[in-house]
Design a protein around this ligand. Structure first.
Ligand code: M6R
Length: 590
């Protein structure tokens, strides 16, 4: 993870870099740092904690050229010492990625008498470039990075190299831009905020930024001419819009996010490529991580029910290392909000190597995943800033249900219409305000169990992840029928159970599990789309009835109150749900 930014131009670099870091803070926020070159001398300021901590410290930093970093720790604890930029021998480096042979390279540097000032894997990059520097920074960066194994996007400043920033990319995202100076950044919104034209670097490429120009180079340092990206960032509303937190604001955007992401794939010619792929599809593998994996679990249930096409869903980090069997004609759907999740990208690459067609479902055009995929279906959740995925999960479901519906049509089956779902979600959102009352009991519990069966199982998994992520309460999502095979031993007075019943067909069966946990002393909160369910069994205030909905699509509704519950519990604990401890929005390392 981590976010990097660089600027060289006619303005003071520090304010621009700090602004860029604030945009990239979703990528990591355990420490931050900035380096500028002023009259040829390097000045470095770093702080543990959020970018805000760096602002006053970097106030007096002069210079029209600089690089900066916001960190999510991989090697070395979050501390000022381990914060980037790392400098050695007049070279300062910011790095996003992981250097897998850092230990070996560090030992080499130490053997020739060099000393290190951090425990990071990144510092060795500054050492390698300093050793290779003979007046030409780009050549030194090429020579230094040739030794690296792993992933990196780096930006480098060097005393004695003039007013230039050199950059290199392999496996981590990096964009460069020009217009009003030259910039580089880890994502498009941060780069586009300071540049008119933005270019995406590909793996193995380099860039050289000067006040007037940005030049791109291939592996042999041969200059490359590339078209700028076409983008429209109008939808990138960054404010909280009157809400206390991004997470809550983004939940308010769920109905729009669903509406914008439902597509009639069969009806529009722009989806021709996807249609061709779907027409040839008889077996699907879905790969994803975290919340995106849960949307995959929901999609498996929907695709199998509606189109009767078999689907296997895998956590991407498992898929990539288990030598998966990919039969001829397999369609692999890689789901990722950011399009930058290292494990998902690696799984997609592996699937391609094994002959699969890869369809990316992602919220970010021009992301690394879109580069790997054969075809791409964009979700339109808009920018999601809170670390906990909310509206992007709903957008993924909307897109995946659109695929399920198109596939059903291709297979000569009928699927229920998706058009009423945004309005139903709007209604569910309004009704979900009530779970604020439940949060009091949840906050007093030791652990929380979410149970669901069939379509509701994906909702249980996602509800549990959300609660863990923002409230830090131990929690588990479980198939309702499986509880009695072990986990029931953990259920009792201090372990409430959230039962999810969005599929009327299995209502009685899941209610059996409800009776089982009630008789073991647990309080049960019921989230259901089935009118009247639970009445007479549970207190009225412990039942949340959502609008009626086709069971197959019900996670689009039932997950909303679960997100709300997680949010309200975090707020009750006085936690910041937008930036949970130890986490980052985009997991670009494995
Ligand atoms: O960007 P991606 O969808 O690939 O991210 C995958 C997970 O890292 C992500 O969903 C994570 O689990 C969220 N923080 C959950 O809220």
């Amino acid at each position: 993870m981590c976010g990097i930014v660089g600027y060289v131009g006619r303005k003071r670099a520090a304010p621009i870099l700090l602004e860029g870091l604030k945009k990239l803070e979703y990528r990591g926020y355990d420490s931050a740092g900035i380096a500028t070159l002023d009259e040829g001398k390097l000045h470095v300021v770093k702080r543990k904690g959020r970018v805000e901590e760096l602002v006053s410290a970097a106030e007096n930093l002069e210079g029209n050229i600089g690089i900066a970093h916001t960190r999510w720790a991989t090697h070395g604890a979050p501390s000022e010492r381990n914060a980037h930029p790392h400098s050695y021998g007049g070279v300062a480096v910011v790095h996003n990625g992981i250097i897998e042979n850092a230990g070996e390279l560090r030992a080499e540097c130490e053997a020739r008498g060099e000393t290190f000032s951090s425990e990071t894997d990144s510092e060795v990059i500054a050492h390698l470039i300093a050793a290779a520097f003979r007046g030409e920074l780009l050549a030194a960066v090429r020579e230094g990075t040739a030794r690296l194994k792993g992933s990196y996007a780096i930006a480098v400043l060097c005393e004695g190299a003039g007013n230039v920033i050199a950059a290199a990319k392999r496996g981590s995202p990096l964009l460069v831009g020009k217009g009003g100076g030259s910039v580089l950044a880890s994502d498009l919104p941060a780069a586009a905020a300071f540049a008119e034209k933005v270019y995406a670097l590909k793996d193995g490429e380099f860039a050289l930024l000067t006040e007037d120009d940005v030049r791109l180079f291939g592996g042999e340092l041969k200059e490359i001419v590339r078209d700028p990206l076409k983008f429209d960032l109008k939808e990138e509303g960054a404010g909280k819009n009157g809400f206390s937190h991004y997470m809550r604001k983004e939940m308010a955007e769920i109905p729009v996010s669903i509406a914008n992401s439902i597509v009639d794939l069969k009806a529009q010619s722009r989806f021709l490529a996807i249609n061709i792929v779907l027409c040839q599809t008889y077996y699907i593998q879905i790969v994803a991580c975290g919340t995106a994996y849960h949307s995959g679990v929901a999609a498996k249930a929907a695709i199998e029910a509606l189109a009767r096409v078999p689907v296997e869903v895998s956590v991407a980090s498992e898929y990539r290392y288990r030598d998966p069997i990919v039969p001829k004609g397999t369609l692999v759907i890689a789901v990722s909000q950011s399009g930058e999740t290292a494990d998902t990208i690696a799984a997609a690459k592996l699937a391609k190597e094994k002959g699969a067609t890869v369809l990316a479902v992602t919220n970010v055009a021009y992301s690394s995943l879109t580069e790997v995929a054969d075809v791409c279906l964009l979700t339109h959740a808009g920018r999601e800033i809170a670390v906990a995925a909310t509206k992007s999960f709903m957008a993924q479901l909307a897109a995946l249900y659109s695929i399920a519906s198109a596939l059903a049509d291709i297979k000569g089956r009928s699927a229920p219409s998706l058009v009423s779902l945004p309005a139903l979600a709007e209604d569910a959102l309004a009704r979900s305000e009530r779970v604020k009352g439940w949060a009091q009991a949840i906050a007093r519990s030791k652990s929380v169990y979410f149970i669901g069966r069939g379509f509701d199982y994906a909702a249980a998994l996602e509800g549990s992840l959300k609660l863990k992520e923002v409230s830090y309460l131990p929690s588990e999502g479980y198939p309702a029928g499986e509880l009695k095979h072990g986990t029931l031993a953990l259920v009792g007075e201090h372990s409430p159970v959230i039962a999810i019943i969005g599929d009327e067909k299995v209502a009685d069966k899941t209610m059996n599990a409800v009776f089982e946990v009630l008789s073991r002393g647990a309080r049960v909160f019921l989230v259901t789309t089935v009118e009247g369910l639970g009445e007479g069994t549970l207190p009225k205030e412990d039942i949340l009835t959502l609008p009626a909905c086709e069971g197959v699509y019900s996670p689009l509704l039932t997950v909303i109150p679960l997100q709300m519950l997680a949010y309200e519990t975090a707020v009750l604990f006085g936690l910041d749900p937008d930036k949970p401890r130890n986490l980052a929005k985009s997991v670009t390392v494995e």
